[in-house]
Design a protein around this ligand. Structure first.
Ligand SMILES: [Zn+2]
Length: 470
């Protein structure tokens, strides 16, 4: 095996060649991407899964909606360990609303510990269902310290999930299977995604179609900017499919706020496919869906959940049929730090006053705790880690927060020779990541974006670095 570690040559920093372990500084902000590249002779994959269904009474979506009162179907965390390309690489997708800041660091540390690797080689993304936990340890502490607010995160349950992660990853690694081929394919999803933001004649957002919408005038408008493709990347032993990762950019909720835990329509599509292919682990990732929802095609009624699930399932099957296989010749893993400035709208003291104000509604006292957590994190200079797995000419990019779809479209356009799949919803610390041009348009997404508009260019720079060295 050719075990070499490169520091990339970029406009932001000097080129260099480093031997030995990956260089990654978790506290100072690096502007260079770091890439660990291997020619591969023996690659193994160890898929894993474990249950992360929240207990009864658990807060959902940061106390925005009703807590868990019952169960429709289980929340899972599903991923894989890739062994044989330097230290193990781990990618995991979780049926939660979000995993933010220190909670995200702890997830990656727990998995890294179990896989005997480093946290910068672990990507943890969420699917972003809403009847689910929005896990931020700092926000949880701030909310519980008020004394009269319901908890946003059950800490015992959070640690039980980390224990389950360690156990599942360790057990899986005993049963790793040889991987010889990578497959990639895509298919259009019919009638699910549409752009949520409807602009008025003055260039400002006049309405949102959100995840469900009953206004016929808004539903009649065109899709707007979306990425219509569901992309699938699968790992094979010869022609035997071992794991398949599916990527699609759209908020994954058909309806929510009823207190019933569910993996919702994207999770149900995944589970249906899983039921048909027991020998292959199916993993679903939400792409850059910050400004994308199902509202054009979804009135939010219960009957729409299985219909939307079928549409995603159909695309999963069609993408599978379109897969082309190639023998794996190279694997690399690149990372880049990302820590945008906090937007000047956000003031920690004012937010704390709102959290303390007992006259405010529970949600208006709970959600600002997530903003405070991000402000404090930025002040501590603890960056988010962007990462990308490159196998031959296939790249999987792991982005944080809720990025707008423009980011993944640009990544594809800038690298037409590569098959680029993007997972959004990694470290949820920054919440929404709109494009710079979306800020003056206002709208819901901008109102819950903690970063300044310059975050747009910083994210594009990071993506460019991740992908230009794949
Ligand atoms: Zn969202």
């Amino acid at each position: 095996m050719d075990r070499r570690t490169f520091v990339s040559s970029t406009a932001c920093g000097a080129a260099g060649l480093v031997t030995g372990s990956l260089v990654h500084n978790s506290i100072s902000l690096a502007v260079d991407a770091v890439v660990d590249r291997h020619r591969v002779t023996q690659l193994h994959i160890a898929p894993f899964r474990f249950d992360v269904t929240p207990p009864l009474g658990h807060g959902c979506c940061g106390n925005w909606i009703k807590p868990i009162e019952g169960y429709d179907d289980a929340h899972e965390a599903i991923g894989f360990v890739l062994m044989g390309a330097g230290k193990p690489i781990v990618v995991c997708s979780v049926d939660w609303t979000g995993i933010l800041n220190q909670a995200h660091v702890q997830w990656r540390e727990a998995i890294a510990d179990a896989a005997d690797t480093t946290p910068d080689r672990v990507a943890v993304q969420v699917v972003h269902q809403h009847n689910a936990p929005l896990a931020c340890l700092e926000a949880a502490k701030l909310v519980s310290s008020q004394g009269d607010l319901p908890h946003v995160l059950n800490i015992d349950y959070f640690h039980r999930c980390l224990d389950a992660a360690r156990t599942a990853v360790k057990q899986a690694m005993f049963q790793g299977e040889r991987v010889t081929h990578i497959g990639s394919g895509q298919a259009k999803v019919v009638d699910v995604a549409a752009n949520r933001r409807i602009l008025g004649p003055n260039g400002k957002v006049r309405a949102s179609r959100s995840s469900s919408c009953t206004d016929p005038e808004l539903r009649a408008l065109p899709d707007g900017l979306i990425d219509p493709f569901l992309k699938t990347i699968a790992f094979y032993a010869g022609e035997r499919k071992l794991a398949a990762c599916h990527y699609y950019a759209c908020h994954p909720m058909s309806y929510y706020g009823d207190g019933r835990a569910s993996s919702d329509y994207c999770g149900l599509a995944r589970k249906r496919r899983q039921g048909e292919e027991a020998g292959c682990t199916h993993i679903y990732f939400s792409g850059c869906g910050g400004n994308i929802g199902a509202g054009k095609y979804n009135d939010g009624s219960p009957k729409m959940r299985p219909i939307l699930a079928s549409r995603i399932y159909d695309a999963i099957v069609a993408a599978d049929k379109a897969i082309s296989l190639q023998p794996i010749s190279s694997v690399s893993w690149s990372t880049c730090d990302f820590l945008p400035m906090v937007d000047s709208r956000w003031d920690e003291e004012k937010l704390l006053a709102q959290i303390h104000d007992k006259k405010q509604a529970v949600v208006n006292r709970s959600r600002p705790a997530y903003t405070v957590a991000w402000i404090r994190r930025v002040n501590q200079r603890i960056p988010v880690v962007l990462s990308s797995l490159h196998i031959n000419d296939v790249s999987i990019m792991h982005l944080p927060g809720e990025p707008f779809v423009e980011f993944q479209l640009q990544a594809q356009q800038n690298h037409p020779a590569r098959f680029v799949a993007t997972a959004g919803y990694g470290d949820g610390g920054p919440w929404y990541l709109p494009t710079a041009e979306a800020y003056p348009q206002l709208g819901y997404e901008v109102s819950v974006a903690w970063s300044a508009p310059a975050a747009d260019q910083e994210l594009r720079n990071g993506m460019q670095q991740l992908l230009s060295i794949g």
